[in-house]
Structures are given as C-alpha cells and as structure tokens.
Design a protein around this ligand. Structure first.
Ligand code: IMP
Ligand code: MG
Length: 510
C-alpha cells in the first residue's frame, strides 16, 4: 500500500473521513463498492473466510494442481484413459457465475432473469436456435439436478476440464464411452475427494509460496482494524492443520507486534461447514492445536463460557457463535469470497453484514477503463439507433396517411401529395440504410467490448444491457464488494460506506 493510496500512515483522522464523506484517492481497481450503506463505526467484529479471501491462490498453478490430482484419481479409480492427462487448465474458457448443463454437456451464461444468452458445447458456441430450443422455449428449473453452478473460484478447474472432455468426446479425439452427465459426476467426485483427502492440500502445505500469493498489505490491514477497536475472527471451512499452514505462511512474522498469525484474531474457527454453519446446529469443539495430539477434537471447556483468545474452535453454528462471542447481528461484518456459502447464506440466515472479495474485479475494471472510448461510441450508436427507429415509425405512419389522402385526392391535390410521398419514401430508404450501418457498428463494438473482457464469456457482471446472474447475486447479497481484503486499509475503520442512490426506471425522466 503506497502512502499515496491513503494507507494508515497518511490517513486523515476518522472524523475527517466521515465529515468529508468522500472517497480517498484510490485507483478504481482497489476501491470498495457499496450496494448497501454500511457504517464501519457500528461494526464491532469483523470475520474472515480464509481460502480465496485472506489467501489468494496463484493461478494457473493452483488450478493445475487441482486438475493433476483429479486426473490421477480418474485414471486409477474410474478407469479413464491416461490421455486425459494432456488436458491443461485454461482460464479463458471459464468464468464464475456460469452454469453447467450436465445432461447436454453445455456451459451457460445467464442474466438476472435466468435468460440464457450464451452457451458453449466443448469449445464451440451453441447456435442461437439450439439455445432457444433447449433453454428458452419452456420454464426450466435451473436449480435442479440437471445444472451445477460455478459459485466459487474452486469450481473453475473442474469446469475447464469438463469443457475439454466434452470437446474431446465430441470430436472423437478421446473415446470416453460415457455420457456427459456421467463424466461431470466422475470429475466432481474425484476433485471433491482430492480436496478432502489431502492430495491437494499436502502439496500446498509443503510449499505454500508456490500456490498462495502473499499480499504484503494484509498484516497491516488487520492491524489497522484492530487499532480501530474491532475484534477479528476467522471462520473457514478448512481444517486446522491446513489453516495453520496457510495463515502461518501469510502472517507469521509479518509485523513485529504479532509474531504468530493467531495473535491477529480473537476467535479462530475452522471446519465450519458453511453454508450449513449458518442454518444448522452442529456443536463447537475445541481443537488440540499442536503436539502429538494436534488436530484432535474435544468438547468445549468450560462448557458454555465464551470463546477464549488463542484457542482453536471447530464446527459450530451461527446461534452458538453469537452467544459464545457475545456479539452478533448487524454488529458483525463477514468478509468472504463464496457467493453462496459465505455471502448469500449468511445474508439470508443472519443479520451479519457482508463484504464479498472478487479478485476478478481488478481485471474487469481495468478492461472497462481501456474500453472507455468504445463504450462511449456504443452508447452514441445505440441512442442513434433508437432515434432512427422512432423516426422510421413516424415516417411509416405518415406514408400510410398520405396513401389514404391520395385515394380521395382530386387532380389538383394529387401531384403535391405524390411528390411528398416520393420524398418520404426516399427519406425512409436513407433511414433504413443508416439504421443498418448503425446496427452493424453497434454489433461490431459490442463484440470488441465483450471480447475485451473474455473472448468466450464477455464481462463477469454484464451481458448486453443486463446484469449477469453473478452480478445480480453480488448486488442482492453483498453489502460491499472489492477485489481483495487489503483494500480496506485505505479506508478508516470508521468509514461510512454509502451506496450510490440508484434511480428506478420511472424516476429517470422525472
Ligand atoms: P474457506 O473458503 O476458507 O471456507 O474454505 C474452503 C475449503 O473448501 C478449502 O479447504 C477447500 O480446499 C475446500 N474445498 C473447495 N472445494 C471443495 C470441494 O469440491 N470438495 C471439498 N472441499 C472443497
Ligand atoms: Mg473461501
């Protein structure tokens, strides 16, 4: 964090921040965006998810590791051909928020109304007519068993892999002898096992730096929250040994005041089983943190007393958490990356305020900046197209009226009416020509813009003029969203995050 970006060293007093109510000078990619007003002064506890929130994974190394371990299992346990080992993770063919149609082997991008705009079958776009036939001609339950959603960055490798397996099967490059649904389920089962049985985690633990990116501003960010009087907790689905290895790599010895990562946090809760944590009744256990019995679970001691700083807890549920922490409701801000497990579930089942970490934002915002000219020209082209359509309709109606008038016109009136008719027809032809050109220009610009974000999938947040499914979920459930936790360091711990006042369609022209 540079001093220019308003880090702790140069930050004005919190009162000044609030009085000013302005954003400090932060580059757009590193800002915190607000869907719902949030006063940091009212927040007493800040919780963090670990994986992809505090710990950013190195891409594509980590995804490739996940795939390598999955491929091993597919070959040894499911008798897949070793030739599947040639397939590499390809970040360009996947994006968060997409849905997999397991039955047909298609990947879909939808907008907020579950309207499917794009689909790929393997590496090939699904033709428009087929999209209409499969997904738009009847009501479909996109939350049923036929579909799987890419809610988390952990899903990207399996969907990239599935896409290439579909491609290989379709082209005959590989004869897998299984239906798409079966292939998807085999991949899901093997990657799930690779996460659970330590195949992936053992490699990360052995050399965290190869797979995890250390954010040099993280320690300072947490320290700044603490100096602002906030209690911090970690609530992760990862188990103790992995959490300890990853957090130790990120924070041990990062600041002299905190030799151990545990010292940043008032509560350390692992194995949380989110989203079940927010709705279930699983009890809390205490974890033996080190020694020969490290990782063993034991009942809480003393029963019912509050969480003790320096101890490690496992499992648990929201109700017990709030009781043992003596804090809850909207005094808690939870920061996570998983739209369903961390954000949507906590928002629906608790009063916790939420902040979502979306690492993709940095590239998206940079791309929007690069495409500013094209976006501006597209707006002008679309508005011109609308004007032309209005004019086009006016002239057509006028021509109809002239036709009517000509039927009843006498010899004296007819020539003038014919002349007008002729001129209007000519104007109509010109309009048609211009409309075609502007439509073509808009289409080309749209393609350039979409490809600027991602050749396959366009923007993470937008599809044509609509918000994507992912963008809508972020809008609906995340009070705040930003690209990384350390972006908070540029804001005072008492900052008042104010959402832009959005106008409803009927308010815009009033
Ligand atoms: P969190 O984001 O810190 O709550 O932790 C996510 C945990 O879920 C990590 O330990 C991941 O390894 C694990 N994980 C991610 N995907 C899967 C899966 O498909 N099956 C089982 N565990 C997973
Ligand atoms: Mg996570």
């Amino acid at each position: 964090m540079s001093e220019e970006q308003g880090g702790a060293q140069t930050s004005p007093s919190p009162v000044e921040d609030i009085l000013r109510g302005e954003l400090p000078p932060i580059p757009p990619e590193r800002r915190i965006f607000v869907n719902r007003n949030l006063r940091m002064s009212a927040i007493e506890m800040i919780g963090f998810d670990m994986d992809y929130t505090l710990a950013a994974y190195r891409s594509p190394e980590f995804e490739q590791l996940c795939l390598d371990k999955t491929i091993d299992k597919l070959i040894t346990k499911k008798a897949y051909t070793p030739r599947i080992g040639q397939i590499r993770f390809d970040p360009s063919i996947v994006q968060r928020g997409l849905a997999v149609d397991r039955l047909n082997g298609n990947i879909l991008k939808m907008d907020r109304y579950n309207h499917v705009w794009r689909a790929f079958h393997g590496r090939e776009p699904v033709p428009h007519e087929r999209i209409v036939e499969l997904y738009r001609s009847r009501v479909i339950n996109f939350y049923g068993r036929q579909f799987a959603w890419l809610d988390t960055l952990f899903s990207l490798p399996e969907v990239s892999f599935f896409t290439d397996l579909v491609e290989a099967q379709k082209t005959g490059a590989l004869r897998l002898g299984r239906q798409y649904q079966r292939i998807f389920e085999d991949v899901r089962e093997c990657i799930d096992e690779a996460h659970r049985d330590d195949s992936i985690k053992a490699v990360v633990k052995a050399d965290p730096g190869r797979h995890i990116v250390k954010d040099p501003a993280l320690a300072h960010t947490l320290h700044r929250f603490r100096s602002g009087g906030k209690k911090l907790f970690i609530l992760t689905n990862s188990l103790w040994d992995y959490t300890n290895a990853v957090m130790g790599y990120l924070l041990n010895d990062a600041m002299a005041e905190y030799p151990s990562w545990m010292q940043y946090f008032d509560i350390v809760a692992v194995g949380a089983s989110k989203p079940g944590f927010f709705t279930g009744a699983q009890p809390f256990y205490e974890v033996e943190p080190d020694g020969p019995r490290a990782g063993e679970l034991k009942p809480l001691s003393p029963q019912g007393a509050g969480f003790v700083r320096g101890r490690v807890y496992h499992g648990g549920n929201l109700v017990d958490f709030e009781r043992l922490a003596s804090c809850g409701g909207d005094r808690v801000l939870y920061i996570g990356d998983h739209i369903y497990g961390d954000i949507l579930r906590s928002k629906k089942s608790s009063l916790w305020r939420t902040a979502m970490i979306i690492p993709e934002l940095e590239a998206e915002i940079a791309c929007t900046g690069r495409l500013a000219t094209e976006l501006g020209t597209l707006n002008v082209a679309e508005s011109r197209r609308n004007d032309l359509e209005v004019r086009f309709n006016q002239i057509k109606i006028a021509l109809g009226a002239l036709d009517g008038a000509l039927k009843h016109a006498d010899e004296g009136e007819a020539p003038e009416l014919r002349e007008r008719h002729h001129k209007l027809r000519h104007a109509l032809e010109n309009l048609k020509k211009e409309h075609k050109e502007v439509t073509e220009q808009a289409r080309t610009l749209e393609t350039t813009i979409e490809c600027g974000y991602s050749e396959h999938w366009g923007s993470l947040f937008r599809e044509k003029n609509e918000t994507t499914k992912f963008g809508t979920q972020v809008e609906d459930y995340a009070c705040l969203y930003t690209s990384r936790v350390s972006n908070f360091a540029a804001y005072s711990p008492l900052y008042y995050f104010l959402s832009p006042r959005l106008l409803l369609p009927h308010e815009i022209h009033v």
